[in-house]
Design a protein around this ligand. Structure first.
Ligand code: ATP
Ligand code: MG
Length: 771
């Protein structure tokens, strides 16, 4: 395919043809940044650059695979295989495998996933006898994670009073001690967590100049996609590796920076020009993905952000249809609307279900969508939920496999030492843990030394323990000759895992056996695939690394014609002809947790920009009037982001008056939730508030009585109330009703409370007692 350069416009071709030097491509969504990166690699290879000397860092492993495939089509399959391409984590995990001993880790170190890390942190909090309601393990984990991503090691932490004070202010004065103990435990277990893969790479490159030189020499050409979302740790790695040759090409869009909450630093893109001697900046303006309507609507949204680089995005694509906005009563209705709209669109346009995506802000929203799709028999796939590798039975098998490579791996050992049951109890485990801490050895080593140390464990238990370590050691011997699939098959039989599930006999047990079979099938394929690679053999070590870093997206074979369901964060870089963005409500999107500062709100807006720009032909925005959140049914307000789109690009499917935003007064009806979180919509000078008038509301209600399902869940006995009725409220005390308005689930009462003054309450929330 020689004419690949002709598949680029002039602006795209320029960075592709600049073989050497530092360059940045800053451009809006869908303008071909990823295409530029892909073609640039093909071009470099065509110019004689050895693929071994090219490093390309992508956002998902799937993106890397797709790029590789495309490049292989251009330059030939055998060459493409040798490229170093993948996520930061997967590439640097590989490098760390070679170099681990320099940092005091075994080469077969385990990679702890989030669950493993959190479980270690829970254990530390317990050991330190801290209050687990104050030291919430997930919160502790994310704080430690952000320290690591800012390269704040334990030592650096303790020499920084500001950090310690910040944690003390957050009521966690012992955070540093937890951090230290967590790091020690991981190190002792020969384990790195996800953040270590970057932190330790940085350590490696700074502490060992000869190692740095080796990789600088190796990666003469470096390319980074989605550069706007690199964090400090990733930034430093790229900086160090590219320092010698300065052949670096990064592409990104500041308007799509959506990982600040995980430490991504938008300044990496803004400061790129200062970081290298001679930087060429390229801009792309033409969007090839979306219709005019979508591109223009997206532009009108992102313009509202103050912090942004000025960019032009236009498209020569057709006008397309307007963005459709739909309101429903409940999230169940929302699901049904989306499912039937997908069904009809697929029928009318004769397209497959793979052309559709449903995007949401939070994973919890997928349930209503799933229910509705299932009822309609529409095939779908959820990304980013509980992934295959996180299922219990799969984690059990994997834990055995991890132990084979690294018997110090404490999380794996604890998981399976007594599964299937071998009569090894909790007390025994506690004694072993204490001894392991005391002798500064792993539990595995302690078991192997049982005869030589003084430990209160009876002979029977000791034999059981030693049988376990003997079994693992016998697997280790086989692992020297078996490939990943062979060893896993052996393990599932010998450990009794499958027999245990067979004994169970329930449908769940059978499903679990099927999953294990699926795992084995996957491993067989993996081994076959690896055999074709230049530097792989299909070993267990390779497989485990793949699994540890696999995201749900990576397992997507792409050959299924299913509706894709995922969070907006996951959808970055992807595209679909038809996109439904659901839950377009205040407090949900924008998220209620991210509305405290302008910068948080701007990140939410960028997230919405990302969502909208995934659509090629048609975008839908849906929201519901009421939704269960935090266990309560709340009245939802349509998202400000709908209102922010220029109305000429929108088409309201339900009558426009129903989409109007609530007037300021209504903030008062949320007596049950934190009012400081509510947005008070100030009417701007000269413009009346946007809400419908009382007259309009009344008319509307007469036309369309409220028939929300939610009313079933609500005590409406209080609707017998009249003006003048005496009532009592938990917080405001006794009061007298002065006015009643609305009907059904929407009924509100104005009440004059003895303690609280005049309040307007939505009756279905207010839980009034009639006196
Ligand atoms: P995002 O910001 O969402 O990551 P992007 O800038 O990386 O988007 P691409 O994914 O590379 O954009 O391109 C968007 C779509 O436009 C893809 O389907 C791509 O194949 C197509 N495309 C890009 N450039 C051209 C071109 N010159 N001619 C035709 N199609 C193109
Ligand atoms: Mg892209």
């Amino acid at each position: 395919m020689q004419n690949y350069l002709e598949q680029l416009n002039d602006a795209q071709r320029a960075p592709v043809l600049q073989k050497d030097g530092a360059m940045i491509v800053i451009a809006g969504a869908g303008s071909g940044k990823t295409r530029v990166l892909t073609y640039r690699i093909a071009y470099l290879m065509e110019q004689g650059v050895d693929p071994f000397n090219i490093l390309a860092l992508t956002f998902t492993n799937k993106a890397a695979r797709e790029m590789k495939k495309r490049i292989s089509q251009i330059v030939g399959a055998s060459e493409g295989k040798n490229l170093w391409m993948g996520t930061f984590h997967s590439i640097f995990a590989k490098i760390l495998r070679f170099e681990a001993d320099k940092l005091g880790y075994p080469n077969n170190f385990t990679i702890y996933d989030t669950q493993d890390s959190q479980s270690v942190i829970r254990a530390v909090i317990k050991e330190m006898m801290l209050d687990k309601d104050v030291y919430k393990y997930k919160q502790v984990y994310s704080r430690i994670s952000s320290y690591k991503n800012s390269l704040i090691t334990v030592k650096a932490y303790f020499s920084n009073p500001e950090l310690m004070e910040a944690d003390a202010m957050a009521k966690m004065p012992r955070l540093g001690d937890i951090y230290k103990s967590y790091v020690d435990k991981c190190f002792k277990a020969g384990a790195m967590d996800f953040d270590d893969l970057l932190l330790k790479t940085n350590e490696l490159l700074t502490r060992f100049p000869e190692v740095l030189a080796k990789y600088q020499n190796r990666f003469r050409y470096i390319l980074v996609d989605e550069y706007q979302d690199t964090n400090h740790s990733q930034y430093l790695i790229v900086r160090a590796l590219s320092d010698r040759f300065q052949n670096i090409c990064v592409v990104g869009d500041d308007a799509q920076s959506i990982y600040a909450f995980r430490g991504a630093n938008i300044n990496n893109i803004l400061n790129f020009q200062k970081d290298y001697d001679d930087v060429n900046v390229y801009r792309l303006e033409q969007n090839y993905r979306s219709s005019k309507n979508i591109v223009n609507a997206a532009n009108s949204i992102i313009e509202k952000n103050k912090t942004r680089l000025d960019k032009v995005v236009w498209t020569a694509n057709e006008e397309g249809t307007k963005i459709k906005v739909n309101r429903t009563m409940t999230d169940g209705d929302e699901g049904r609307f989306v499912a039937s709209s997908i069904f009809e669109t697929a029928m009318n346009n004769q397209v497959g279900y793979g052309d559709f995506a449903i995007l949401y802000r939070t994973n919890a929203q997928s349930r209503a969508m799933e229910d509705a799709l299932r009822k309609r028999d529409i095939p779908y796939r959820i990304y980013g939920g509980l992934s295959f590798y996180q299922r219990k039975e799969i984690k059990d098998v994997i834990a055995y496999l991890r132990l084979i490579l690294n018997p110090k791996d404490e999380e794996a050992l604890k998981r399976v030492i007594n599964y299937p049951a071998r009569g090894i109890g909790q007390t025994t485990m506690e004694r072993l843990t204490v001894a392991a801490n005391h002798y500064n050895r792993s539990i595995f080593e302690v078991i192997n030394a049982l005869g030589k140390i003084d430990l209160k464990i009876n002979a029977g238990t000791a034999t059981k323990l030693q049988n376990f370590t003997l079994m693992i050691e016998s697997f280790q011997v086989l692992n020297q000759t078996y490939n990943a699939f062979e060893i896993a098959e052996h393990v599932t039989k010998k450990t009794g895992l499958v027999q245990e599930l067979k004994k169970d006999g329930t449908p769940e047990g059978i499903a679990r056996i099927e999953n294990i079979e699926e795992l084995l099938n996957g491993m067989r394929d993996f081994v076959e695939e690896q055999k074709e690679m230049a530097d792989a053999t299909g070993s267990l070590a390779e497989f485990l690394e793949d699994v540890a870093l696999a995201t749900d997206m990576d397992n997507d074979k792409g050959d299924e014609d299913r509706v894709a369901l995922m969070t907006v964060h996951l959808a970055k870089g992807l595209e679909f002809p038809y996109v439904y963005i659901v839950g377009m409500e205040e407090e949900l999107f924008p998220s209620g947790m991210s509305m405290n500062t302008r910068s948080e709100l701007e990140e939410e807006r960028r997230l919405f920009y990302v969502a909208l720009t995934r659509a090629e032909k048609q975008a839908y925005l849906t929201y519901t009037q009421s939704r269960y959140r935090w266990g309560k049914l709340i009245d939802a307000e349509p998202s400000r982001f709908i209102e922010e789109i220029d109305s000429e690009y929108l088409e309201y499917l339900t009558p426009i008056t129903e989409h109007r935003f609530k007037p300021l007064l209504d903030a008062d009806i949320f007596d049950d939730i934190d009012k400081s979180k509510l947005r008070l919509r100030k009417p701007s000078a000269g413009n009346p508030p946007k809400g419908p008038t009382e007259e309009q509301l009344r008319k509307l209600r007469r036309l369309k009585p409220v028939t929300s399902d939610t009313s079933k869940n609500v005590d409406l006995s209080s609707t017998n109330l009249n003006v003048g009725s005496k009532v009592a409220h938990v917080r405001f005390g006794k009061g007298t009703i002065t006015k009643i308005e609305g009907v059904g689930a929407d009924t509100k009462a104005e009440i004059n409370f003895e303690n609280g003054g005049l309040k307007k309450l939505l009756l279905r929330f207010a839980k009034l007692e009639v006196l």
